[in-house]
Ligand binder design. Structure first.
Ligand SMILES: Cc1cc2nc3c(=O)[nH]c(=O)nc-3n(C[C@H](O)[C@H](O)[C@H](O)COP(=O)(O)OP(=O)(O)OC[C@H]3O[C@@H](n4cnc5c(N)ncnc54)[C@H](O)[C@@H]3O)c2cc1C
Length: 508
């Protein structure tokens, strides 16, 4: 399985890319075009296809290429936005609805793995939240009270499933876990068996919003009555750019020399928090641990974060082998809840985004909610998650204008290979953003010595990209678009890659 980063996640190992069997009817009009082949897209597609809709999933790369391939795959009603915060921002009823919607999502995962016999190791689990100092204890008590009011089953706990010191802990029942790629590929197979169509390597580049909607893609046009953006963040410049902040998060899967594998899910109360669970994959047990989050494009040495992550695990666990270490991206919504529903201002178009670190659960919530909306059915959660709670931001036009200058400076410059190598003495595997006559250039030297020179101006909103050494990508610190070291588009919201400076062909 391919993914949007250079490192291999546990979910990719020994998993070939999905081979679709269905055939795209290029002359037909689909009921629903679902853009994106992650947990959101596949869950939505399967639920719609089950109810008789004719659906097509268009995936820019291969299934699981996005964050679903880089997740840690806990299933939670104990979500990242704490219940006291949910109560204060969305009321007690809003907090209760979050608990109910996420609980129903875990039950939906259980229904789908059972009905379609998806061998993905789904299990219900308890989760332990533990405090390590007085301040955290106080916060934990508040979380306990608000979680109970929201309807979660919570009890004080005298022990936690990880060998880490703590002062106070609570156990939350009704959480879960699943093998991310086995589940995703199982959903895809069930969807195709129900008559759905999956088209991979199919980047949706633009859409016309008439009836039918016509999507322009890298493989030709797709016609559909409705469209769902299940792309994690919708492509292009949109109001969502002001409602979502991109974050990178780090994970590791390791084996132990002893038998102290966690028997449940465990979370500390740091910000960012550390978390742990056990996952079996291909007959081997691993501890999955994660944390060390930071805003995308705001960290100079992302490789070093893995050193810290590993050191933290070795402090408490008797680590045998650090088998996998990977990082991935999530989007923090400005008000703490995802945006799921009709895309404001775009007729016939739906969206699901802004899941924080809970998108396996919220992606399933989205599948249920979007399929309800598209089938014309009521959902008790439609208002709570509605993207229409977004207000347009007046300053956007200024933002674009200011940043457009960066691009105009760049146009017209000419480079030679000698100039570029002179600009930066690069070691193999190294990248740099250098300036030549005031103009930035993004440079990367492959291990074999080949140098890539790119315009570092992100084509989405004209910010300057930042090198992510851990995943060998250029990441945009503004809205999270990401590019390969050759400039190719990895993840939106940009719609195209970075401009490659073809120095050999340019006049010097
Ligand atoms: C390190 C880490 C750990 C996490 N752990 C958990 C966890 O334990 N539990 C949990 O619930 N959540 C977790 N999350 C969050 C969760 O994994 C994600 O929110 C979720 O996987 C997002 O799924 P998605 O389908 O919406 O998006 P993605 O999986 O990103 O899929 C979107 C797909 O759309 C495709 N695409 C994008 N643009 C286009 C286009 N224009 N045309 C065609 N295709 C396009 C992409 O290639 C991609 O495959 C974690 C996140 C991180 C970063």
């Amino acid at each position: 399985m391919n993914r949007d980063g250079a490192r291999t996640s546990l979910w990719q190992a020994n998993r070939p890319n999905y081979q679709p069997v269905g055939r795209w009817d290029k002359n037909g009009i689909y009921d629903v075009l679902i853009v994106g082949g992650g947990i959101t897209g596949l869950t939505t597609a399967l639920l719609l296809q089950e109810q008789g809709k004719k659906c097509l999933v268009a995936e820019a790369h291969t299934l699981g290429f996005g964050t679903t391939g880089g997740t840690t795959s806990h299933l939670n009603t104990l979500v990242d936005t704490t219940y006291p915060t949910l109560e204060s921002d969305f009321g007690q009823e809003g907090a209760r609805q979050v608990a109910q919607a996420t609980g129903e999502a875990i039950a939906l995962v259980e229904r789908l793995v059972t009905q379609y016999q998806i061998d993905a190791g789904f299990s219900y689990q308890s989760a332990w939240l533990y405090a390590q100092d007085e301040k955290e204890v106080q916060e934990l008590e508040e979380i306990y009270e608000a979680s109970r009011r929201a309807g979660l089953e919570v009890q004080a706990a005298g022990a936690i499933p990880v060998p880490i010191p703590f002062q106070k802990a609570y156990r939350f029942a009704g959480q879960g876990q699943i093998h991310a790629s086995q589940y995703l590929l199982g959903l895809a197979a069930a969807f195709e068996k129900a008559g759905g169509v999956i088209v991979q390597q199919c980047l949706v580049q633009g859409t016309s919003h008439h009836d039918p909607i016509v999507a322009t893609t890298s493989q030709g046009e797709i016609r559909a009555r409705k469209l769902v953006y299940a792309t994690h963040q919708p492509p292009g410049v949109s109001i969502f750019n002001f409602r979502l902040a991109p974050y990178r998060s780090y994970a590791a899967a390791f084996t132990l020399k002893d038998e102290k594998y966690p028997t449940g899910l465990a979370y500390d109360m740091k910000d960012p928090y550390n978390y742990f669970r056990t996952q079996e994959s291909d007959g081997v047990r691993y501890v999955i641990a994660g944390g060390f989050d930071h805003k995308t494009g705001h960290e100079d040495n992302t490789d070093h974060i893995f050193t810290e992550l590993e050191a933290y695990q070795r402090t408490y666990f008797n680590v045998d082998q650090m088998a996998y270490r990977w990082s991935s991206q999530y989007y923090e919504p400005v008000d703490g809840l995802p945006y799921i529903g009709a895309y404001p201002g775009l007729e016939g178009t739906f969206v699901a985004t802004g899941y924080s670190g809970n998108g396996i659960t919220y992606g399933t919530v989205a599948g249920q909610l979007l399929s309800n909306l598209l089938m014309g059915q009521d959902s008790p959660y439609a208002d709570l998650f509605s993207p229409a709670r977004i207000k347009p931001v007046a300053s956007f036009a200024n933002f674009i204008k200011e940043n457009a200058d960066v691009a105009s400076v760049f146009i017209g410059k000419r480079f030679s290979y000698e100039k570029i190598t002179e600009l930066a003495e690069l070691a193999p595997g190294e990248a740099k953003t250098v300036k030549w006559e005031g103009t930035p250039i993004a440079l990367y030297k492959e291990e074999n010595g080949k140098v890539y020179a790119l315009d570092p101006v992100c084509p989405h909103a004209k910010c300057i990209v930042h090198w992510n050494g851990a995943e060998k990508s250029w990441d945009c610190p503004c809205h999270g678009a990401r590019y390969g070291c050759d400039g190719s588009l990895l993840t939106g919201p940009a719609r195209r890659g970075l401009t490659v400076l073809e120095w050999e062909k340019l006049p010097i």
